[in-house]
Design a protein around this ligand. Structure first.
Ligand SMILES: NC(=O)c1ccc[n+]([C@@H]2O[C@H](COP(=O)([O-])OP(=O)(O)OC[C@H]3O[C@@H](n4cnc5c(N)ncnc54)[C@H](OP(=O)(O)O)[C@@H]3O)[C@@H](O)[C@H]2O)c1
Length: 315
């Protein structure tokens, strides 16, 4: 066989692969250089953002950052007292902004979720302004670092409701309110785990749902020429109430993450890393073979599972 006859086509394939990888890398890196278009959603300088799971963690970080950037906020959560305390904190920190609350447990949701539209419209009518931003943040894993067969029926149902059920229902009911104000932004919080990570299989799968929901809704809004921008934010480790780890360069606090996420608005892509240092870490997700990525992830998550089991024994 004459190998030299293969050399030219192989070099073309090699060059094309290199060009494609360079293009993909440069395109995703440039999202961190583009200016945010978030301000276009505060046309009246009295616009509102609705943040789900806003009584703590990343949701509260988004609420603070939105107030700092001139928005009024509606905080959603399940605990009225905690939400009222958080609302008071924001009013003290940002005296020129308005803050309201909506209480709903996302687990055991009924058709009553439709009533949120009525509550939001009443807030807008009483306090003035339009709703133009929806941050779908609520989420989490009820029993992390557990194998699927050790989870109860209720564990699974709660995790699905928190991460997949509510985002779908709240977006369905609030889209018309966003459009009534002349268009808006839907920002969905996803996770690096959506690649399919072990020991958090239900959570990881629901984040896969968030990614697909984001892509499908974005395409649907475009096809229907609806004035709604849909953006998914992929997030790595963040120090929050729900994830108590040491903060650092690769583990930002909630507000730093929220600020980075809002800076990605208008980048023209459907799902992006919110935070530069997570993006850098995330290159391994794109570049490593899945088998190697899963070997590393499994080791790390298995260690966390052991840690959880030790803690449970001591309780
Ligand atoms: N932290 C991370 O490292 C990380 C990484 C990747 C992705 N994310 C994603 O970021 C989002 C926020 O995570 P986080 O770490 O900030 O979580 P967190 O600190 O646990 O806060 C979760 C928020 O959701 C609320 N919430 C929980 N269960 C609820 C329910 N049944 N009904 C209504 N509200 C409920 C909580 O209310 P209470 O105050 O009443 O508990 C709280 O406000 C999630 O979607 C998560 O998957 C986080």
């Amino acid at each position: 066989m004459d190998i030299s006859s293969w050399q030219t086509p192989l070099s073309y394939i090699g060059l094309a692969t290199l060009a494609y990888t360079t293009f993909k890398f440069t395109r995703s890196a440039t999202t961190f250089l583009l200016p945010s278009s978030l301000n276009t959603y505060n046309r009246t300088k009295n616009n509102w953002a609705f943040v789900t799971g806003a009584s703590d963690g990343i949701g509260f970080g988004f609420s603070e950052e939105l107030c700092a950037r001139g928005f009024n906020v509606i905080l959603h959560g399940r605990n009225r007292t905690k939400l009222e305390t958080r609302a008071a904190e924001l009013r003290t920190q940002f005296p020129t902004r308005q803050v309201a609350i909506v209480v709903r447990d996302v687990v055991g949701l009924t058709v009553d979720v439709d009533e949120i539209t009525v509550e939001v419209r009443a807030i807008l009518e009483a306090q003035g302004g339009e709703l133009s931003v929806l941050i779908n943040n609520v989420g989490g894993e009820v029993r992390p670092y557990t194998v699927l067969s050790d989870l109860s029926f209720e564990n699974v149902e709660r995790t699905i409701a928190m991460n997949a059920g509510f985002i779908t229902q709240i977006t369905r009911v609030l889209l018309p309110v966003l459009e009534a104000g002349g268009g808006g932004l839907v920002l969905n919080i996803s996770s690096v785990s959506s690649v399919g990570m072990p020991y958090i299989s239900v959570y990881a799968s629901t984040k896969g749902f968030v990614d697909t929901f984001t892509k499908a809704l974005e395409a649907e809004c475009k096809a229907e020429k609806r004035k709604v921008e849909v953006l998914g934010l992929r997030v790595g480790q963040v120090r929050t109430a729900g994830f108590d780890v040491q903060a650092g360069l690769f583990v930002p606090d909630a507000r730093t993450l929220a600020s980075a996420g809002l800076n990605r608005v208008g980048c023209g892509r459907v799902i992006v890393w919110a935070y530069f240092w997570h993006w850098l870490q995330g290159l391994s997700v794109d570049l490593l073979p899945r088998s190697m990525l899963m070997m590393i992830s499994s080791k790390k998550l298995m260690a966390l599972k052991k840690e959880e089991e030790e803690k449970a024994k001591k309780r």
